[in-house]
Design a protein around this ligand. Structure first.
Ligand SMILES: CC(=O)SCCNC(=O)CCNC(=O)[C@H](O)C(C)(C)COP(=O)(O)OP(=O)(O)OC[C@H]1O[C@@H](n2cnc3c(N)ncnc32)[C@H](O)[C@@H]1OP(=O)(O)O
Ligand SMILES: O=C(O)CCC(=O)C(=O)O
Length: 405
């Protein structure tokens, strides 16, 4: 299948001015994703997820937060020593002990974070901005002196005065060699416009590549992450199925498909997304909503007569991208909203052929049944209804014959 046949391109993108996206993905399913209340992946599960992310072409995997437990440290170390193409990163507070734990894990990058918002400084640390920045710098120095690459992450960036962020990033990039600075929308306060503004402001002043880490408290994490990419952010943070603290993070599956469909970035193997989503769903116990973009049960399920009739001719009439692109499957179902064309197409596809009158009788039955039971018709039910309709038609024909004799 030609790439151009797999999705409809948003031609309006041609009228928008934005700099070409120079991005990479850092998937944080194994760290922030695991912070979903009640979730704790086993070593085997984390390894399986990491292996899939690696096969998909994800550039950076945040494998965990080693200081959380001995077991977590062992798992991060094992992931870091798998020989994956993806670089492996882990989280650390501005605490030397956390960096020691990261060092034991053989990771490629350590993400050293501090919050610099008034709320966090006052109520969480009970320390001043200057004190926390000093603490971060000492920890960064310690990590780099021990040969670790560093990401300097500003937790709660979106509620931190922008001048304070600039000052901290500028001082850190001048005094140390950090690989990235990270902007975190920790409580999901941003929208695409404010995200664009924040990233643009930092991009103008800071030479270090910028990461964006968005939470979904207002349902905007994916949109905000893409707005950040348009403003110049390099590293986009995602989680599979958007799992993570509270309402979760930006969904990997949404970001990868959007990058492909909207921006033509097609280097990730999106055909593995559905299987990966099922895997994370099983391991985490968090099942995506049926109408979840890309991987929800209804993402390629159609019932409405007008839609199904058109899809039978050309699926792209009602599908932005084909299920094959994400390893999914189309599902045409029969229910209250089914029309004759759709019903005919579906029953033909399962080997039945009905006369027009039979079809009209069948659709009548379908509508009455689905409105009564308030759910769609299963394949078995449909086959039983077809047999019933055929019998009723025969009985009717016999009756008419008798009458005419
Ligand atoms: C935005 C984010 O997602 S941040 C990451 C959140 N993830 C987690 O919390 C992972 C799970 N957490 C844990 O297992 C534990 O909380 C641990 C192992 C990290 C720490 O455990 P404890 O030592 O028992 O500390 P506790 O959780 O009670 O408190 C956190 C401490 O870290 C300090 N701290 C928090 N963030 C930072 C930071 N970025 N830099 C330095 N210190 C920090 C707090 O001020 C507090 O210090 P205090 O003990 O002096 O008051
Ligand atoms: O910016 C980062 O890399 C991590 C910060 C984070 O997890 C958060 O603030 O939610």
């Amino acid at each position: 299948m030609l790439e151009s046949e797999q999705y409809s391109r948003n031609y309006l993108m041609d009228f928008i001015q934005y700099r070409p996206l120079d991005i990479e993905i850092c998937d944080v399913t194994l760290r922030d994703g695991e912070q979903t209340p009640g979730v704790a992946f086993t070593k085997e599960q984390k390894l399986a997820i990491a292996s899939e992310l690696d096969s998909m072409g994800i550039e950076v995997i945040e494998a965990g937060f080693p200081v959380v437990s001995e077991n977590e440290k062992e798992i991060v170390k094992e992931i870091a020593n798998q020989g994956f193409k993806s670089r492996i990163c882990c989280l650390s507070r501005a605490v030397k002990g956390d960096v020691d734990a990261a060092l034991e894990c053989d990771v490629d990058i350590v993400s050293i974070f501090i919050a610099m918002s008034d709320l966090h400084l006052k109520y969480k640390y009970h320390r001043s901005f200057e004190e926390m920045l000093h603490c971060a710098k000492e920890t960064i120095e310690y990590a780099t002196d021990h040969g670790l690459k560093v990401r300097f992450a500003a937790e709660d960036s979106s509620r931190t005065p922008i001048e304070r962020l600039k000052q901290a990033f500028k001082e850190v990039e001048t005094e140390y060699k950090v690989q990235y600075v990270s902007l975190a929308d920790t409580v999901g306060i941003l929208n695409p416009t404010t995200t664009h503004y924040l990233v643009s402001e930092i991009f103008k002043e800071i030479n270090t590549p910028i990461c964006i880490h968005c939470h979904d408290d207002l349902g905007m994490a994916t949109a905000n992450t893409l707005a950040a990419a348009e403003a110049g952010a390099k590293q986009l943070h995602t989680t599979v199925n958007a799992i993570g603290e509270r309402a979760g993070n930006a969904a990997l599956e949404e970001i990868l498909v959007a990058l492909r469909v909207q921006y033509g970035i097609d280097r990730y193997d999106t055909t593995r997304l559905t299987a990966l989503s099922r895997m994370v769903s099983e391991y985490s116990g968090v099942i995506p909503a049926v109408n979840k973009a890309v991987v929800g049960q209804n993402a390629f399920t159609h019932e409405s007569g007008i839609h199904v009739a058109a899809i039978l001719e050309e699926p792209r009439t009602y599908e932005l991208f084909l299920p094959e692109m994400v390893g999914g499957k189309r599902n045409l179902i029969i229910g209250k909203h089914t029309g004759k064309k759709a019903l005919k197409g579906i029953i033909n596809s399962i080997g039945f052929c009905l006369e027009r009158e039979e079809l009209c009788a069948l659709i009548e039955k379908v509508k009455v049944c689905t409105e009564e039971k308030r759910k769609s018709i299963s394949r078995d039910q449909l086959e039983r209804m077809i047999t019933q309709v055929k019998q009723e038609m025969k009985t009717k024909e016999k009756g008419e014959e008798k009458l005419s004799i």
